[in-house]
Design a protein around this ligand. Structure first.
Ligand code: G6P
Length: 610
């Protein structure tokens, strides 16, 4: 999952590409490179390491002049991160140079075929096979369009290419299959990018490429073609996101900024479906009739989106009395399970590009099941392929560890739960109104928790050298424990596990050592006592007890080492509050360990490989 860019216009391409790549670094950052087409020559600068290394090497771009170019920031899939494997990659005579996101699945076969025609290979990448395949067709067909259309018919996998052809000055070419590519149109200049945030400072006029579509950029002129090479017509869209929303806005890290944007994300996401006192999901394909017809719900997602789905499973089941199954997309896509035709598949994804989630959604569709995507990135592949879309309104999320998108996903799921419960007659008008008011009260309570973040910063200092942690909870609290634990491990590298509290004694308890962090989440009144007992079992083995509970919960007040109370709310929605101190704790431990909070090692924000 890499970030790719293209530019042609009158300005120096290198500085535009470097600035855009900085905004795409969240997609991958193990190497970076640019190529500039100038006066019939293609100049390339690339290396292993962060973009900063490249920037310093080429003096912020000054050493690579020219007004037409392509750029790349990499998250390695084929071939280790190295100078050689960094993109761009080129054909031997430099006639074709490309950057690539995705995977060329049949690259071995392509290499073998090309080797028979005298091609040799210098990198371990799948990309080089694709570049040389395009070059092979280019040598025969003589035009970029014919070369690309021919090649993409022969390439298996999901991919997205941005290319320069040495003999076509001022032109940038692109093609996509299953991965995002956006074309931007400015005055006298045009852009290609894998994500709109990369070009938002330069233009808001964009086109979303369709699958197997090819794009040609000239200065201020963008043309599209289908896979047979015929010109196609596309509508331009105006992006309404605030460009400043993609900047740090005074916070030390994007993650902290995004933690503080959660109240707004929840408010806007719920507000988008709340009109004149009612939740209206008709635009999402959920008319009252459609809601009544749903026999069961599959929630399918990965990572934190899966954790949001795990909360939703409890909430929807309990409020609307519909059976709900939460499924990991990576498992679901390869399962052969009987599926109910009247089921609804709810696909949750921040990026809308996660490879496993996309594949799982396609599988649900193949089975004739209606799909509803809960997605943050407008125009993303999942959003476009789903039967209907519920956009979360979190805005661009930059930190790899998600916070505000997760919170927005919860808000979307709550809206569905309450609507389903009401339409199906499980709750009456008064209860519906009460629950809506509870959801609307969440943003203020989230901000209230953030006002107390100082105490968590102090607490984090204790765990700078910790090696293990447990997060315990039952029911919704277990789902929150999963997210809290993930936040801790992904950014602070402190090994942590979420455990359904009742399961601790079936093995994990043997790992508890003196001083080990054991966090207990307690927001579900009926389960206070049960979780408290499990926490005491941990304490008697030396565990350091952190309790995150709803105000008014008196359990463990004398036994816990640290108690953090969150404001009271209806228990169904308590995850939205309990998760905040857990996000903050993970953040502060990572900061205390002096780690790169926004770009944790080995991770990427958008996981477009299996
Ligand atoms: C990656 C990200 C996670 C995210 C997961 C699913 O692992 O680091 O934050 O939850 O992918 O991504 P999606 O875009 O589908 O929500």
């Amino acid at each position: 999952m890499c970030g790719i860019l293209g530019y042609t216009g009158d300005r120096q391409a290198s500085s535009i590409l470097l600035a855009g790549l900085e905004r795409l670094e969240y997609r991958g950052y193990d190497s970076a490179g640019i190529a500039i087409l100038d006066n019939g020559n293609i100049k390339i600068a690339k290396n292993k390491g962060r973009l900063k290394v490249l920037e310093d090497r080429i003096n912020a771009g000054e050493e690579v002049s020219g007004t037409c170019g392509i750029g790349h920031t990499r998250w390695a899939t084929h071939g280790e991160p190295s100078d050689v494997n960094a993109h761009p990659l080129w054909s031997d005579d430099m006639a074709v140079v490309a950057v690539h996101n995705g995977i060329v699945e049949n690259y071995r076969e392509i290499r073998a075929m090309l080797a028979e025609h005298g091609y040799t290979f210098y990198s371990q990448t799948d990309t080089e096979a694709a570049v040389k395949l395009i070059d092979y067709h280019y040598k025969k067909e003589k035009t970029p369009l014919k070369a690309i259309t021919q090649a993409i018919k022969e390439i298996d996998g999901s991919y997205c290419f941005v290319l320069l052809f040495r003999d076509f000055p001022g032109e940038v070419w692109g093609a996509r299959k299953d991965l995002p590519l956006i074309a931007g149109q400015g005055k006298g200049e045009s852009f290609l990018a894998s994500d709109v945030s990369a070009i938002l400072h330069d233009t808001r006029q964009v086109y979303y490429l369709d699958n197997m579509e090819i794009v040609q950029l000239k200065k201020g002129n963008v043309r599209f073609f289908d896979v047979e090479g015929y010109a196609t017509h596309k509508e331009i869209s105006e992006v309404t996101w605030d460009a400043n929303a993609a900047e740090k806005g005074g916070f030390e890290h994007f993650m902290m900024k995004e933690i503080h944007e959660q109240a707004r994300a929840v408010k806007d996401t719920f507000g988008a479906v709340y009109h004149s006192g009612k939740i209206d999901l008709t635009e999402k394909g959920l008319t009252d009739e459609a809601i009544r017809a749903v026999s069961q719900i599959y929630i399918i997602a990965c990572g934190s989106a899966y954790h949001a789905g795990a909360v939703a499973q409890y909430v929807i089941e309990d409020l609307a009395k519909i059976p709900v199954r939460i499924e990991m997309a990576s498992e679901f896509r390869y399962r052969d399970m009987p599926m109910d035709r009247n089921a609804l598949a709810v696909i949750i994804s921040q990026s809308g590009e996660t490879a496993d989630t996309l594949a799982a959604m396609r599988r649900a569709k193949e089975n004739g099941i209606k799909t509803l995507a809960v997605v943050n990135v407008v125009g993303s592949t999942i959003a476009r392929e789903a039967d209907s879309v519920f956009y979360t309104m979190a805005g661009p999320e930059i930190a790899v560890a998600t916070t505000k998108a997760y919170s927005a996903q919860l808000a979307a799921c709550y809206a569905m739960a309450v609507k389903f419960a009401h339409v199906r007659g499980v709750i009456d008008d008064a209860e519906c109104t009460r629950l809506i008011a509870e959801i609307q009260g969440l943003p203020e309570k989230i901000d209230e928790i953030l006002d107390e973040k100082g105490s968590l910063e102090e607490l984090a200092g204790r765990f700078v050298n910790a090696r293990n942690a447990f997060y315990l909870g039952r029911n919704i609290d277990y789902a929150v424990a999963m997210e809290g634990s993930l936040k801790m491990k992904e950014i602070s590298y402190l090994h942590s596990e979420a455990i359904a509290a009742g399961e601790m004694k079936h093995g994990p308890i043997s790992l508890i050592e003196r001083g080990m962090l054991v966090a207990g989440i307690m927001t579900q009144k009926g389960l206070y006592q049960k979780t408290a007992s499990n926490m005491l079992e941990a304490k008697s083995r030396g565990g350091f007890l952190l309790v995150v509970s709803s105000r008014g919960c008196e359990y463990l007040k004398d036994d816990a080492d640290f108690v953090f109370h969150v404001p009271e709310t209806d228990e169904h929605f308590a995850a939205s509050l309990a998760v905040i101190p857990l996000q903050l704790l993970g953040y502060y431990v990572a900061v205390a360990r002096k780690l790169d909070v926004d770009k944790p090692r080995n991770l990427a924000k958008s996981v477009t490989v299996e």
